[in-house]
Design a protein around this ligand. Sequence first.
Ligand SMILES: Cc1cc2nc3c(=O)[nH]c(=O)nc-3n(C[C@H](O)[C@H](O)[C@H](O)COP(=O)(O)OP(=O)(O)OC[C@H]3O[C@@H](n4cnc5c(N)ncnc54)[C@H](O)[C@@H]3O)c2cc1C
Length: 441
Amino acid sequence: MSAGLKICIVGSGPAGMYTAGAIVKKNPESQIDIIDKLATPYGLVRAGVAPDHQTTKNVTRAYDKVMENENVRFVGNVGLSTDVPLEKLREFYDVVVIATGTPKDRNLGIPGEDKEGVFGAQTFVYWYNGHPEYRDAVPNLDINTAVVNAKGTVAKEVARILMRTEDEMMHSDLAEHAASEIFKSPLECVHVVGRRAPENAQFSSKELGEFAELTSAVTYTDKSILPDTFTSEDKKEEKVVNTNLDLLRGFEQTHPGIKGRSIFLDFLASPIEILGEDSITGVRFERNKIVDGKAYSTGESYVLDCQLLVSCIGYEMGILEGLPVEKGIIKNDEGHVDEGLYVVGWAKRGPSGTIGTNRIDSQNVVERMLADFEGGGDPTKKGHAGLDAWCEEKDIHAVSFDDWKKIDAAEVERGGEKSPRKKFVRTRDMLSIVQEKDRPC
Ligand SMILES: Cc1cc2nc3c(=O)[nH]c(=O)nc-3n(C[C@H](O)[C@H](O)[C@H](O)COP(=O)(O)OP(=O)(O)OC[C@H]3O[C@@H](n4cnc5c(N)ncnc54)[C@H](O)[C@@H]3O)c2cc1C
């Protein structure tokens, strides 16, 4: 039996939390430490999910339940690599599970990408969601036109948040510093440009529908390229695409010279060059055509003048010392990386799927892990005592789950009656309300 394993999960996002939950269920004797480089748990649920989508964040209630288990600890403000090397974690624990997500924006790989005013989606979203590492990645929003590249959910969220009014965001937890920049911005127009056709684009009908509800911006699209109907062997897909086509038909017809705040949904175009001297002044796009479901360039190009580009083309792992990274994820065999080393979530599969997708995936990896450790763990491993001693020695101010609850309560109180919370966006401010005696290390 794999009783009494000492396990460290690196990352407290959905994948890390579902991993902890599955271990608690199948192997309740295990000691689980969930470390996170941030003082706040739950990864993209806090720092990614749109601030005006509060109900999605209710999933954290299930994660709170996992944290209530006496064998599970949150050890926040402790980063893998930055505070503790992987080899130390492997020395202390029988099992280390990497659940760091994919924290780096993927590059577009086109000329001009280093100009001011060009942002990856994660940087931009982390900024408006108050991620401490991106607090100072302040975009200049004293602009009239922005381009959001790609047509996935995140692109639509970025466009929507840029166009929402203060009243519309009243019940959100948009970070205060971002709110002040967004609401005073004279931004008039956001172009959301995707490389494929409307019927191939990855839309969620709910979010497309939200464009129609915006109080101060009108959404436009070129209806001449919308097919009358879409058929597919996949009936679920067929239904979603036809709903989206209906929604698009409900938008205004694109025509130049429109006044007021606008969102333009453009299709069949890929960015090939970012224009400007030091700062972006425009993006050159190449027109695409679809052949056998794939987008190919037609050779035609056009320029969209803009002063901000948010590129939402995906994320990757980046480099973490001691981990084999290939094609933007940690190289793994169904979650197994090396002896006693596993990976879950976006770090394992890449950045796709919803919060719920991580549940089954984490459960499968836990099953494999427990089977690998059927003979039990190594009784000489120090487990959390090893990590605590390490934090003590290195003077690392780790944040416990009780500490987080204090930070959480303070944020909720600061939010007042209307907003669910006013986030702290500096780790030092979070630490200042955490008392010494509650430190896990
Ligand atoms: C902008 C955006 C919006 C989204 N909105 C939705 C939505 O509305 N609904 C939905 O279902 N899905 C949504 N998703 C998808 C969902 O967030 C992901 O499926 C999910 O968060 C992936 O979980 P994860 O645990 O693998 O990674 P993450 O959620 O990224 O969690 C990784 C955790 O690891 C920590 N970490 C990273 N590096 C280190 C390190 N070196 N040391 C220690 N800790 C580290 C991070 O701080 C973080 O807490 C969204 C994604 C994005 C990008």
